[in-house]
Design a protein around this ligand. Sequence first.
Ligand code: SF4
Length: 430
Amino acid sequence: MTCLKPENAGPATTGPNGLDFNPFDIMEPRTPTMPPKEARNGGRVKAADVRPEGLYLPNNNIQTPNMVSPEYVQLSTAAAITLGIMPGKMHRCGCTRCLNILLTYPEGCRANCAYCGLARHREADRDYADRNFIRVDWPSVPMAKIAQIVGEDPDASPFHRMCISMITHPRSDEDTVSVLKTWTDHVDPDAIPISILSNPTTMERQDVQTLRDMGSDIFTVALDAATPEIFDRTRGKGVQSPHSWKKYWEILMDARDIFGPQKFGAHIIVGMGETEFEILELVQQLVDLGGHSHMFCFYPEQGSLMDHLPATPRDQWRRVQLARYMIDYYGIRVEQMKFDDQGRVIDFGLAQAELDSIIDAGTAFRTSGCPGKFAEDISACDRPYGDSPPSDIASYPFQPADVDIRRIRSQLDMLKPGQTYEDGDDLEDY
Ligand code: SF4
């Protein structure tokens, strides 16, 4: 059947050739090339050996300093602004509720995931601490300074959660433990819960247990790819990267045993070539295991091996976002939904009035992730504009207003009678 979008279906972003989804065949990453010898393993940074002093802002036109975890970590631009160590404002967001931390080394992440700005192949042209990741820069800061600032009054902190992203590095297991210790020396985990975004490739079951014993609340595994084939193509052998689907599932199941129901989950990126049916089957599988899925909309990160490919068409993204929310929080099962012969959702398995109330509540379209202090289905981790520009928001880092809901409805081709949405309506008021 044809998958051209009807002409009257609103301004939703469409993919290649007018497709309203990203098919497997076109989502092929570039083949990575080998960086010059002097740039490998952080060679430039180590040779210059510029000592770090306090905060380092990426792309500062100075040599990237020789910063190393566990003393140093990187944190998201939104977290740095919220923490008060960087000036700036985010469109329509006062602050972020999650303190996202990334381990850092001159050698950087040793994996080569095709969609990721931190991938190893970028050694050729950009030092690790200067690389963009989920569309933003990540300033580097001494971990003790972060813990001291938040530790002054954790109960009054804007942060509802702290999350350590482990990246892939031979030292990341032991350094995650050290970073966690620095944090818990200053901040009670009951005041600000801790999440771990793990690196299964270097981990064993005991590592998962240790992180739980140290007070971590939620453990997540970034599967990212929704099928084994896409996993292998984007983060395994297809791009000379060390990860395997089997190992990721092994650690995910360890996390299920050790952290327990509702305290483990998987990250999944929508639009890397899977069908909507495939990704929602995975969402159902995670729910049946007692976990959650955290969804990201594929965005062609500049400098990555997939930066030539289309962002996920908004039609596909909204359908998956809505269906995932219903499976995760409304007890709707994937078997109740109907799909067409391209695997697209054509029936969400709910009466229209109930579906309307879920859409109009807007929560389904907010950034998904580990919960904060507002509600179980409202993520602390709001990642402002991590998967889209503010002009075409994929994951809303705030409660969508009426105009946003109209935009979402137009993308879903579900505007109510009399409702309209014109491109840019949601930007006019803000
Ligand atoms: S392991 Fe994580 S940080 Fe490293 S390249 Fe892959 S996605 Fe990026």
